[in-house]
Design a protein around this ligand. Sequence first.
Ligand code: NAD
Length: 263
Amino acid sequence: MKVGIIGCGTIGSEIAKAILKIPKLELVSLCDIDKDKAERLSLLFPEKPSIDSLSELISKVSLVIESSSQEVVRIAFPLSIEKRKDMMIMSVGGLLGKEDLLAEAEKMGVKVYLPSGAIAGIDGLKATSCANIESVILTTRKPPSALKGAPYLKDIDLSEIKEEKTLFSATAEEAIKGFPANVNVAAILSLAGIGVQNTKVKIIADPNITRNIHEIEIIGDAGRIFIRCENLPSPTNPKTSYLASLSAIALLKQIASSVKIGT
Ligand SMILES: NC(=O)c1ccc[n+]([C@@H]2O[C@H](COP(=O)([O-])OP(=O)(O)OC[C@H]3O[C@@H](n4cnc5c(N)ncnc54)[C@H](O)[C@@H]3O)[C@@H](O)[C@H]2O)c1
């Protein structure tokens, strides 16, 4: 299967290197707004993928992998649907408010792959959603410095926080506006479960931790599921959880395999 990657940063580079070892997948095209990044990445491959514009890439491949930004999702996803190209999306937040595109993809027979990203538990959430879900609560704990720049905290001096402090507790819809850096985790949970208006998000600043910690509690007809992810950063980017790249790689392996494990 011919694949192309839009966004040759942390996740895109890790995916590209992994594709070399996945039988049936062939990386033929790369696209990045920073052409040097795409060039540098292409040099790692014996059969150099071409460096293309977004629309050239979509024309050349049968699977488009997006690992760039939410803005790119809003441009590349409709184009992929129009050209009937399957797409894997990392910047899942870019789909919020664009759920009609998911319906359009379904209508056109275009497959859309949304990796679990920086969290675990999407398998249990999907299974529970086949019956009734009572509640989904995401609690994210970060060192105060990792929350810097969140619009919701613009009047708060994060350096003054000396012990664990809950800074936010509301719906995923509100969290996405106030904490855009958390948008992908809140988005995938909402899309897999009960939507942005019903999924609850709590954000805690904790000066005693060094990792980003996500806890997910799902209560429904199947019982209670509780998941805790203590994420290490990607080896090349402290802002990106390594688990996010690995989840995309695992999903690509699943696409290339006839054996599907897990929901
Ligand atoms: N699903 C998840 O849980 C999860 C986790 C981490 C990151 N992400 C998302 O995945 C995306 C990639 O993350 P990353 O850590 O690799 O980021 P990164 O900054 O390391 O890489 C992004 C790359 O995209 C390129 N880019 C930006 N705009 C572009 C455009 N218009 N056209 C082409 N290329 C463009 C940049 O030049 C850069 O090389 C981000 O949107 C991030 O929010 C999702």
